[in-house]
Write a protein that binds this ligand. Structure first.
Ligand code: BES
Ligand code: MN
Ligand code: ZN
Length: 495
């Protein structure tokens, strides 16, 4: 996709479609007024007739404009004439791109960065336009014979006056970088478990390393893990024919000795549950159990593209969780890299097992902070649905920074408590701790389990089980929380 900032006047624009905003009560955005004047009042006629009420998300495509070189105009309803909330702004943008997926449209010019939004200025709005349009255009066709359904859009121009082109340009670069990261995350998520294996994920990381000078990639094999004593991680992969990988990516954008931000992503490429086998209905969706890992790859890609002046380490423990004669059994006791012993009461609580050794491994980077992301618990869906990711952590400052970033990025997060009382639920009669805490507070007990391995640094955990993919008709990976993490990193770089 070719993205650009244009400050050309509307009558000189070269594109297939100009997107302009209208409010309720027949109020027009400045560009809509300008186009109205260029088209002998066509827009005010349409609005006056009541063909578009201006409600947020309503669109009208005018695709023949007599006596004009403008091919078509898309009117996008923004709602009441007042500054839009970030959420409503994105809603209007989604409506716009969804009505422009028509195959014949190759280039669009979007004037919606001129709308007033409470959350940000030209930089923020430009970035949102690119993120949302990119999201709307994405289609998984990698495994489809018919590629003709792919969007034909090639050019997206964001209109900005000369005085704002610098901020818009920064927003454009950020938006492009984040959009690329999101695309990679979605593609890896959507790929099936027979293609996207631990080795495949490792290969993707190695490819990223080749593209960016400041990004070095190393892959630990099972023999390396055995030497490190990663008994928890290895206990999960022993039931699988696919060897586990621990993928490490180091991005050196900051000063040589600056402590890194460590991002850890669960990279479970298929979760059958192991001997505690999952029910078959919807089991296909467990190919998405590597979305945390994919989001780490996507975020590092975005950070590298933005050339952020930070040091960031990505760690992705990757494995399958399968039933097998050699698999973990309920009741087995394993020894983690930290030395703590774990009683495996349910082999389906495997995410925390591959993460706990990675949390211990992270200590060697002397991290500034550690953030892990994982499709960890079905309980998170029960608690928060598909709207917000769960946030838990041992440091208020870090949690608040993440909440702030989530708001700015429109990528919702909600914090849950990590009180000591919950830790009781993980007691085991036979080992240092059990890998499950019973029926209650599943998201919290999972995070409590992880917290025992994150005692030596500032740490936060994002449970993305409800937000990493959509089910139903629009089943597919969402790319969350790449936007939120990118925002967190941008904020850190500016601090
Ligand atoms: N990958 C799943 C969590 C999950 C479930 C994500 C449904 C998205 C939708 C995880 O490995 C798991 O199986 N967790 C168990 C934990 C339980 C055994 C304590 C769960 O949530 O049922
Ligand atoms: Mn599981
Ligand atoms: Zn899982």
């Amino acid at each position: 996709m070719d993205y650009s900032i244009e400050s050309t006047s509307l009558e000189k624009l070269q594109c297939d479609c100009i997107i302009v905003g209208i409010y309720e009560d027949q109020q027009l955005c400045p560009s809509a007024t300008a186009l109205d004047n260029l088209t002998q009042g066509m827009i005010s006629k349409i609005v006056g007739r009541g063909d578009s009420s201006g409600k947020n998300g309503e669109t009208v495509l005018i695709n023949i404009i007599p006596d004009s070189r403008i091919e078509s105009i898309l009117l996008v309803g923004l709602g009441k004439k007042e500054p839009l909330s970030g959420k409503n702004y994105r809603k209007a943008l989604f409506a716009a791109i969804n009505s422009l997926k028509k195959p014949q449209i190759k280039s669009i010019a979007c004037t919606l960065a001129e709308c007033e939004v409470t959350t940000g200025g030209w930089q923020w709005k430009t970035r949102q336009i690119i993120e949302v349009f990119n999201d709307g255009i994405y289609q998984f066709t990698a495994q489809k014979s018919d590629k003709t359904t792919e969007s034909k859009l090639q050019k997206i121009a964001v209109l900005a006056p000369e005085s704002e082109t610098a901020s818009a340009q920064t927003g454009l670069l950020q938006g492009q970088a984040i959009a690329e990261g999101i695309n990679l995350t979605k593609l890896l998520g959507d790929l099936p478990g027979n293609i996207c294996t631990p080795a495949y994920l490792a290969g993707q990381a190695i490819e990223l390393g080749k593209k960016h000078e400041k990004l070095t990639v190393k892959v630990l094999e099972e023999s390396d893990m055995a030497e490190l004593g990663m008994g928890a991680l290895l206990s999960v992969s022993r039931g699988s024919r696919q060897p586990a990988k621990l993928i490490t990516l180091a991005y050196q954008g900051g000063e040589k000795n600056a402590r890194p931000i460590v991002l850890i992503g669960k990279g479970l490429t298929f979760d059958a549950g192991g001997i505690s086998l999952k029910p078959s209905l919807g089991m296909d969706e467990m190919k998405y159990d590597m979305c945390g890992g994919a989001a780490v790859l996507g975020t590092l890609l975005a950070a590298a593209q933005m050339q952020l002046p930070l040091n960031i380490v990505g760690l992705i423990p990757s494995s399958e969780n399968m039933p097998d004669g050699n698999a973990n059994k309920p009741g087995d006791i394993i020894t983690s890299m930290s030395g703590k012993t774990i009683e495996v009461l349910n082999t389906d609580a495997e995410g925390r097992l591959i993460l706990c050794d990675t949390l211990t491994y992270a200590e060697r980077y002397n991290p500034e902070v550690v953030i892990d992301l994982a499709t960890l618990t079905g309980a998170c869906l029960v608690a928060l649905g598909r709207v917000a990711s769960g946030l838990l952590g041992n440091d208020d400052g870090l949690c608040n920074d993440l909440l702030g970033a989530s708001e700015a990025a429109n990528d919702s997060l909600w914090r849950l408590p990590l009180w000591e009382e919950y830790q009781e639920l993980l007691k085991s009669n036979f080992a240092d701790l059990a890998n499950i805490g019973g029926k209650d507070a599943g998201t919290i007990t999972a995070a409590c389990f992880l917290s025992s391995f994150a005692e030596n640094y500032r740490w936060a955990h994002l449970d993305i089980a409800g937000t990493a993919w959509r089910t139903g008709q629009t089943k597919g990976a969402t790319g969350r929380p790449v936007s939120l993490l990118s925002q967190y990193l941008i904020n850190r770089a500016n601090a």
